[in-house]
Design a protein around this ligand. Structure first.
Ligand code: ADP
Ligand code: MG
Length: 295
C-alpha cells in the first residue's frame, strides 16, 4: 500500500463523515468478515423513555420513582437518564442521595432519605439476596417479552417496583445492516441488556437470532471479540459506550459512534461522526476500494 493512495482514502472518509485515526487503519479493514454491533446507542438511538411503573402492594409509583430517580440522576447510563427524567416529571423535584455507586452493567445503588436503594437488573438485587415478588416478576417478564427493558427497584431489603424503559431502533440501522451483509460481513448484536429485548431489536434490523449475544457484562464484551477471533474471524466492533472501549480496542477494527462517549472514541480506529451506522458500511467499502486501487 502506498502512503499516497491511503491518504486519498482517508480524505474521502472525512467527506463521508468517517474520521480515520491513521492511514494504516485502512489496512486492517481488508480482512474483516464479522461486525459486532453494540445495541444501545449504536443500533438504537440510546435515548430511552420511561413507559410504565409497576409497584408492589402498598407502594405508590410516586414513592418508587422518587427514590429510583434520585439515584439514577447521578448516572449517565441511557436507562438512568430515562428513569431520572420520568421520575422528575411524575414525582417532582428529586432528593439528593446521601450515598451513590454505579455498578457497571447492573445498575446503581445508594442511600436516599435514609433508605438503602437498588435500581437495575434483577441480578443486582440477587447479589443482595433480594427477589422479585410474583406480581413484579410477571410485570418484568411481560415488559421484556414486549421488547422493553425492565428495571427493578428495591429499598430496605425488598423489591418494590419494576420500571419499563425503551428506546427506538435508529431508522438507518436496518439499511446499514443490509449494506454490511452486501459486503459479505456477518453482523452480530452484542448487549448487556436482556435476551428478549436483544431478540426483538435483532428481528427489527435483520440480524439472525443465532447471532445475538445478550446479557453480557461490560468487562466480558472484550472476551466475546476474542472468542470470535479465536474462531479465525477478523472482527470489526461498533460501539458508543464506556463499556465498549476495551472491545473496540481489541477488535481488528474498532468503529466508535461520534455521538458516543470519549472513551469509545479514544479506543476506536475510526469514528462515525454522525452516529449513523450506514457509515460503518461506507468505511469498509471505502477502504477496500482504496486498497483495491493500489494493489
Ligand atoms: P448495553 O450493552 O446495551 O449498552 P449495559 O451493559 O450498559 O448495556 O447495561 C446492561 C443492562 O444493565 C441494562 O440494559 C440495564 O438493564 C442495566 N443497567 C445498567 N445501568 C443501569 C442503571 N444505571 N440503571 C438501571 N439499570 C441499569
Ligand atoms: Mg451502547
Amino acid at each position: 500500500a502506498t502512503p499516497t493512495a491511503l491518504m486519498v482514502g482517508t480524505g474521502r472518509g472525512a467527506q463521508l463523515g468517517i474520521l480515520i485515526k491513521g492511514p494504516e487503519v485502512l489496512e486492517s479493514t481488508r480482512r474483516v468478515d464479522t461486525v459486532v454491533l453494540d445495541k444501545t446507542g449504536t443500533v438504537t438511538t440510546g435515548t430511552m423513555t420511561l413507559l410504565a411503573t409497576h409497584t408492589a402492594p402498598g407502594v405508590t409509583a410516586a414513592e418508587a420513582l422518587r427514590l429510583a430517580g434520585a439515584l439514577e440522576h447521578s448516572s449517565e447510563h441511557p436507562v438512568a437518564r430515562a428513569v431520572a427524567a420520568g421520575a422528575a416529571a411524575e414525582a417532582g423535584p428529586l432528593p439528593v442521595p446521601e450515598d451513590f455507586a454505579n455498578v457497571a452493567g447492573l445498575g446503581v445503588q445508594g442511600v436516599v432519605e435514609g433508605h438503602a436503594v437498588l435500581v437495575g437488573r434483577e441480578r443486582l438485587l440477587g447479589e443482595w439476596e433480594i427477589h422479585l415478588p410474583a406480581e413484579l416478576k410477571r410485570a418484568k417478564d411481560a415488559a421484556e417479552e414486549a421488547g422493553r427493558t425492565a428495571v427493578a427497584v428495591a429499598w430496605d431489603g425488598e423489591a418494590r417496583a419494576v420500571l419499563e424503559v425503551a428506546d427506538a431502533v435508529k431508522d438507518t440501522s436496518a439499511e446499514a445492516i443490509r449494506r454490511l451483509r452486501d459486503l459479505g460481513l456477518t453482523p452480530i448484536l452484542l448487549t448487556g441488556d436482556n435476551k428478549a429485548v436483544a431478540a426483538s431489536v435483532a428481528a427489527e434490523v435483520g440480524i439472525a437470532p443465532e447471532d445475538v449475544i445478550a446479557e453480557v457484562m461490560p468487562e466480558d464484551k472484550v472476551e466475546v471479540v476474542e472468542r470470535l477471533q479465536a474462531e479465525g474471524r477478523s472482527v470489526a466492533m461498533v460501539g458508543d459506550g464506556v463499556n465498549d472501549a476495551a472491545a473496540l480496542a481489541r477488535a481488528d477494527l474498532g468503529l466508535a459512534m461520534g455521538t458516543g462517549t470519549d472513551a469509545a472514541i479514544e479506543a476506536g480506529d475510526l469514528t462515525l461522526v454522525r452516529g449513523d451506522l450506514r457509515a460503518a458500511a461506507d468505511a469498509i467499502r471505502l477502504s477496500r476500494r482504496t486498497l483495491g486501487t493500489i494493489r
